[in-house]
Structures are given as C-alpha cells and as structure tokens.
Design a protein around this ligand. Structure first.
Ligand SMILES: Nc1ncnc2c1ncn2[C@@H]1O[C@H](COP(=O)(O)OP(=O)(O)OP(=O)(O)O)[C@@H](O)[C@H]1O
Length: 643
C-alpha cells in the first residue's frame, strides 16, 4: 500500500466546495435591518448616478417626469377631497354639482397627464436599464482583464467574480426600483399633506401602522439575499458540473466510461444541499413576513377605528371624514409601495455592493509594477528564484538560478509537477517572484511595465485557447503586423498551419468556432498548429513553448523542431517538453525536481551522465519505444518492471 493511501485511509472524501472569502461573508451577515433602511437614500443616489454616467438626458427626463407626476398626484388628491367636501356639504344638489365641477376637471386632467408621464417613465427606463447592465458587465470584464494573473489563485476571487456577475445582471432593475421608490415617496408626500390638513393625528397613526410591515419586509429581503449569497457557491458548482457533463470535449467519455448516472448523482447531491439552504431561508422569511403583516393589520385597524371615533364624536365633519378615506387609502398605498420597493431596492443594492466590491478586489490585484519599457531581451537571468502559489503552502520553485539568451533554446524537463510551467510563467512575467529575481537585460520584471513586457512575450501554453474568431484573427490575435497576411502565412507555413488554412472553406477568413456559432471546427492537432503559428507570428523577444507538439503528428512535429532554430535566431526560446528526443534541439537543458534544479547541461552532457536523472528518463523513454538504449544494451533484453 502506498504512503498516500495509508495517510488517507479512514478519512472521509473531500466534497466539492466553492472557496469564498469568509471575512466578506461575515461582513455581509453582520449588516442590521436598521443599517439597511438607512442605506436606502444612498442607494437611490447610486442608481441615478450609475444612470447619469451613461445617459444624462434620460436621467434628467426621468427625474422631471417623476417630480411633475408627484405634483399632479397631490393636485388630484386635493381636488378629490374638494369634490367630496362639496358633494357632502350643505346646499342644493345642482349647486353642489356646479361647485364640484372644476375639481372634477382637475382630477381628470391630472389623471390623464399622470398616465402619459407613467408611459414616458416606463419607456425611458426600458431603454436605459439594459445599457446600465451592459456597462456594469463591461466594468467587471475590464477589471478582470486588468488584474494580475495570480488573482485567480486567491481563495474567494472566483466567488467574488461570480457575485459581481450576478450584481451586474440585476443592475438592470435598479433604476426601475429607485424610480418606483421615488414615485411612492412623492405620492406619500402629497397624500400625507392632504391627510394632515384633514386631521393632524391621522398621519402619525398611519406611519406607526405601516412601520412593522416595513421592518418585516426589509428583514425578509435581507434573509433572502443572505440565502442567495450563501447559495452562490453551490450554484456555481452545479453550473460547473453541468458544463463538464455538457461539454462536447467530455461527451464521448461520459458515454464510453458510463459516467452519466454517477455525475448526475453528484449534481443531485449538491442540488439537495442547495434546496436545504433555500428551504431554511424561505421558512425564516415567511415567519418574519407573517409577524410584520399581523402587526401592520392591527395598526391599520387602529387607524380606521380612530377615524371612525373622530367622526362619531364630531371632532371631524362627515365630508372631511369622506375625504380622509381617500387620503388614507392613498397614503397607505404609498407607504406599502415605499416598503415593498425599498426592500426590492435594498436587495438589488446588496448585489450591487458585490459588484462594486469586486471592482475594488480586482483593483487590489491590479499590477503594482514599474513603468520601464523593455526591449526584446538579450539575456534573461534568474537568481535564487522562489515562488509559492497563494493557495498553497508548498513552494513550486525554490532557489532556482539560470539564464537564457537571445538566439538560444533552453529546454526545461522534469517529472510532472516539478515546476516547469511555473518557471516559464515567471520568465514571461506572468507571475512575479516571491524571493529572488527574474531580470530582463538586468532589469527586474517587477520594475517593468507589464503590458510592455507581455508584448515581448509569445507563449504556446499546454492548454491553448481556441478563440471563436476567424482563422486570421486566431493567428494575429487582433494585432496584425505591418506585413499583414504575408506575415500570417509565413507563420502558418513554419508551424504547419498552412495545410490547415488551405483546407478551410474561406481560407484565413473562415470563422473557427464550434458549429453552433457558425464556424468550422478543427481537430486538436490542427488547433495546436494554429497556436504555434500565433506564437511564431508575434514579434516578441521571448518565445515559450509548453508541450507545443503534444497533439501533432510526427511530420508536423518534425517540421516545428526543424524550424525552431531559425525562429530562435532573433528570440530567446524556452521549451518545456517531456519528449526527450525533442530537447536534442536545445542548447542547454535544465532538469527540475520539486521546484529545484537537479541538473543542467547540453544534451550530450546529460545523456553521458550515467547516474543523472536525465539519463534515467531518457533510458525509460527509449525502453518504451524499443530503440537501442544509449548504454548499448538492446532495450528488449534489459526490461525491468517500471514502478
Ligand atoms: N494554480 C495553482 N495553484 C496552486 N498550486 C499550483 C497551481 N499550479 C500549479 N501548482 C502546483 O505547483 C507545482 C508545479 O506545477 P507546474 O505546473 O509548474 O509543474 P510542471 O512541471 O509544469 O508539471 P507538468 O509536467 O505536469 O506540466 C505542482 O506541485 C502543482 O501542484
């Protein structure tokens, strides 16, 4: 039994879990209901400010419509009370009707004008909201693109990114909700004025009656938000599982490995965890809402009772009592509106907090490096380099010293996890060292402007991107050189991608995207040829090739390594590969083990070192191919069981 198996025996399997920043979740949970209510004005301002940045005219129009509508609402209500007083007052019926006619006209005109204003407000909001959402999404995209690559390795970053995406999605609602809240507030002011004129005691009573409902609604909104926030992780895991199951790249394995039921069971397991969270939240928010509604119902009964008492004891005349019924209904509708819309706005505001706090977080990962612009490097020097991934307590690289020069091919070899890819990323300035240094012509990568540095870097990563763009754009990456297609075709020729281009329906102009996006699909090796072509096309001083020929056929692979010497003439080339026959092309080979350099030298030197790791790996590879071993012993006669 291996050590690993012994160590893990008896321990329960780890479950899928989404890594979140615990401090942020705790801060969200600590927000009290009263703090939430106090934030409402700030949220309204924020909604309009967001809109203001995008379309000032629309926001100005919305605010004007809102104000005019409020004034008309108050005028209508005044006219209503005037009409009721006239109709219920003493005198002959035709006199009363004549007296009420102007008020009725005002009511009709105000109602008509308010309808028109409501249509205008709705139209402008519909037009404005998606643009706000798009702007919010674009802000998230800009922030992620501008952040350091290491941001993705920090616990909580992906969680916040996810929450920010959700925040950007709901931004579409915020202007509408702020509008509704303002409209309800404006109606309240008008109706409250009328009610106070009728009797000063009614308004405070009504506000008291609505208060419990208000508190309960905001409380329920908070519970709902926290539940949604807590469920983000599980939702994200489910989305990822769905993606793994759907993905065309995995579809054959899901079938041939008969994994469907197993994966669906995993999906279901996370789903049940999610259901439990939602159930808890629904129960909690229902409890709060019931208490709020009961208290509010009781309060409303008290208000109506008070009004009846005022009328029956002659403290308020009957016509005034009739008018007060209207005013009371208007005030209570407005109050309920304020409570409901306020709770909506608050919930959206919390999502918006996620959005803006992610912009801050991503901002926190924005490169803090120098501003010097590097030339294509003549020599890259690595001294005492140490690096550990943020989420790991093990060093991926430790005490590494090496150099690579223009015109030179440096090969990095070593077993899986020995640190080759990490080292190549540090050479390319994608990561910065924790200790020691990486210097381009004597200048520390920490002091260089990152974008200027990356313009001097061409990378073929192990997992290269398959951009849903045209074939030409997949090679130029949207950055054509002055030579245009001539340079594209030259790079395609050197990488073997020219054969691929020749077979495409519209050559370089063919869209390369999965079928459902209207493009042609390539094979894995064809994509890899394009990935190499894009690196050859880039006018960069450092070329990093990380397993660049893993998917290539022998002829294509041969061509790449034949051309590599010519490509290296004007560049420093770093080649990472497990195929040791390919590293014969390198000027120097560095063998890594557990993040440290174990050996370095030329191919001939390393093969000649009978006891070295390179020679061991070389023999193992040759054994498998059945080629005569470099020790001169035919492999077939020297087989030992591989561990
Ligand atoms: N994003 C990451 N977060 C945490 N640890 C990582 C991360 N990427 C790599 N590692 C760890 O760093 C070590 C070096 O990884 P690296 O990818 O550099 O190895 P490699 O030599 O390129 O491996 P391979 O031959 O399999 O490509 C490994 O132990 C790996 O587990």
């Amino acid at each position: 039994m291996s050590t690993t198996t012994t160590a893990s025996a008896g321990a329960p399997d780890e479950e899928l879990q989404w890594l979140a920043d615990g401090r942020r979740i705790a801060a969200i949970e600590a927000i009290s209901v009263s703090a939430m209510a106090r934030r409402l004005p700030a949220l309204v301002v924020r909604a309009f400010r967001l809109g203001w940045r995008i379309d000032r005219a629309s926001i100005a129009l919305l605010l004007t419509c809102q104000a005019v509508s409020a004034v008309l609402g108050a005028a209508g209500l005044f006219a209503t009370t005037g009409t009721i007083s006239a109709l219920f007052g003493p005198g002959r019926l035709d006199d009363k009707l004549a007296h009420a006619a102007p008020s009725i006209l005002v009511i009709a005109a105000a109602a008509g004008a308010r309808s028109l204003l409501a249509i205008t407000i709705r139209t402008v909001t519909i037009h404005l909201s998606p643009r706000i959402s798009r702007e919010a999404e674009a802000a998230v995209l800009r922030a992620t693109v501008a952040a350091e690559l290491t941001a993705y390795d920090h616990a909580g970053y992906n969680d916040e990114l996810e929450a920010a995406d959700r925040g950007a999605e709901v931004c579409v609602d915020i202007v509408g909700e702020a509008q509704n809240l303002l409209a309800a507030l404006a109606s309240l002011v008008g109706a409250a004025g009328v009610l106070t004129v009728l009797h000063p005691a009614l308004l405070p009573l009504l506000v008291l009656a609505a208060l419990p409902q208000g508190i309960a609604s905001v409380h329920a909104a908070r519970v709902q938000f926290l539940a949604n926030r807590a469920a983000i992780g599980d939702r994200r895991i489910m989305a990822n599982l769905r993606w793994y199951i759907h993905l065309k790249r995995n579809a054959d394995q899901v079938r041939s490995d008969t994994m469907g039921d197993f994966l669906l069971a995993k999906y279901d397991q996370v789903g049940r965890r999610l259901d439990a969270t939602s159930r808890r939240a629904a129960r909690q928010s229902a409890r709060v809402s019931v208490i709020g509604a009961a208290a509010s119902g009781l309060g409303t009964a008290v208000v109506w009772g008070a009004m009846l008492w005022l009328v029956s004891t002659g403290r308020m005349s009957l016509p005034r009592g009739g008018a007060a019924v209207f005013a009371l209904t208007a005030v209570s509708t407005s109050l309920h509106g304020i409570v409901g819309y306020g709770a909506d706005l608050f919930r959206t505001g919390m999502y918006l907090d996620d959005w803006s706090s992610f912009l801050d977080t991503a901002g926190g990962h924005r490169p803090r490096r120098g501003t010097e612009t590097p030339e294509p490097p003549r020599r890259i020097t690595v001294e005492n380099l140490g690096y550990a991934y943020p989420a790991s307590d093990r060093k991926a690289l430790d005490g590494v010293d090496l150099h690579v020069e223009r015109g030179e091919i440096l090969a990095l070899v070593g077993e899986n996890g020995s640190g080759k890819t990490t080292l190549s990323k540090l050479l390319a300035g994608l990561y910065l060292p924790d200790t020691g240094s990486v210097c381009w012509d004597g200048r520390d990568t920490r002091d260089l402007d990152p974008h200027a540095l990356w313009r001097q870097v061409a990378v073929v990563p192990q997992d290269y991107a398959r951009w849903p763009l045209t074939c030409r754009e997949n090679i130029t990456l949207g950055q054509p050189t002055a030579e245009g297609d001539a340079a594209v075709l030259r790079a395609a020729d050197a990488s073997g991608a020219a054969d691929v281009v020749a077979k495409l329906r519209r050559g370089l102009s063919t869209l390369l995207a999965v079928e459902w996006m209207g493009g042609e699909e390539l094979s894995g090796g064809q994509w890899q040829r394009l990935a190499i072509a894009r690196a050859f096309h880039r006018e960069a001083g450092l070329l990093v090739l990380d397993e660049p020929t893993a998917a290539l056929d022998p002829r294509a692979e041969h061509r790449i390594f034949q051309n590599l010497r010519a490509v290296a003439r004007e560049r420093a080339v770093v080649l990472v590969t497990h195929r040791l026959t390919n590293v014969a092309v390198a000027d120097r080979i560095v063998v890594l083990e557990d993040g440290r350099i174990l050996q370095q030298g030329t191919f001939a030197e390393l093969v000649a070192d009978q006891n070295g790791r390179f020679r061991e790996l070389w023999d193992l590879q040759n054994e498998r191919t059945g080629l005569p071993s470099q020790r001169g012993v035919p492999v077939g006669e020297n087989r030992e069981p591989l561990q």
